[in-house]
Design a binder for this molecule. Structure first.
Ligand code: DGL
Length: 259
């Protein structure tokens, strides 16, 4: 049974930022990357409809692919349905949620920002993380409608509009009583692909907190079975909208996935 894959799930290509860390930590596992591109972007979905969509999707995915572990490489989905997924299905789930706890531990200015989709910043789950772990910080929640799509276009070879990126990240930079934001939590898995651009247009240097390594560590703790007997070339990507276009296929192959 050790050839059962690790299923990595996102609405789009952002979860590849988590997949690459999973592979560093667990190179001897086989991966199945599921892209719900038919539902992308998740950021603007109404909560109930999105929860139903993801739960229904997983009923089929788990039946078809029998993974030994699922990594929800999407903050917008994890902050909404992680607990319901765990209640409903027996397979272990690792989620991706805003790294507010480590940010609160690392900040010196006590001014922290969370850059995410509009869905993630609205979630009760996110508010709960702030109350539990960052009560002594001022946390600025910044919901961006455009960044996930910009990251997708960039990954597919498109040019970046630096002025537009600046506009999206500017609200994350707060100055107050001589203090400045010193940590920005990347609370959407698409954003690590834009970090170089963020650095370039940021009003001042900050730490950009990417949780991918911590997620991979957590996943590693839950993987107990024997390593896969299948070689690397068996990693697959499946798109819910059907067969992806040439540019996407080329990109996906570049990440060592077949589709
Ligand atoms: N990658 C997803 C996340 O981490 C969101 C992208 C989307 O809007 O669908 O939140």
């Amino acid at each position: 049974m050790s050839d059962r894959p690790v299923l990595v799930f996102d609405s789009g290509l952002g979860g590849l930022s988590v997949l690459r860390e999973l592979r560093v930590r667990m190179p001897d596992r086989r991966y199945l990357y599921i892209v719900d591109d038919a539902g992308f972007p998740y950021g603007d979905w109404q909560e109930e409809a999105l929860a139903t969509r993801i739960l229904d999707l997983f009923a089929g995915l788990l039946e078809t692919h029998q993974p030994q572990l699922v990594v929800i490489a999407c903050n917008t989905a994890s902050t909404l349905v992680l607990s319901q997924l765990r209640e409903r299905f027996a397979v272990p789930f690792v989620g991706t949620v805003p790294a507010i706890k480590p940010a609160a531990e690392q900040t010196r200015s006590r001014l922290v920002s969370v850059l995410a989709t509009p869905g993630t910043v609205q979630r009760q789950y996110t508010r709960g993380l702030i109350e539990s772990f960052a009560a002594d910080c001022e946390v600025q929640l910044v919901g961006s409608v455009r960044l996930a799509a910009m990251a997708e276009a960039y990954l597919r070879g498109g040019a970046l509009d630096e002025a537009a990126i600046h506009q999206e990240i500017a609200p994350a930079f707060v100055e107050k009583d001589g203090r400045r934001t010193d940590i920005v939590v990347l609370a959407c898995t698409h954003y690590p692909f834009l970090t170089n651009a963020f650095r370039k247009v940021a009003p001042w240097p900050v730490d950009w907190l990417d949780p991918a390594e911590a997620i991979a560590r957590q996943a590693g703790k839950l993987m107990t079975g024997a390593p896969s007997t299948l070689p690397e070339g068996f990693d697959l990507a499946v798109f819910t909208a059907g067969h992806p276009d040439y540019t996407t296929r080329r990109l996906i192959h570049g990440f060592g996935l077949h589709c």
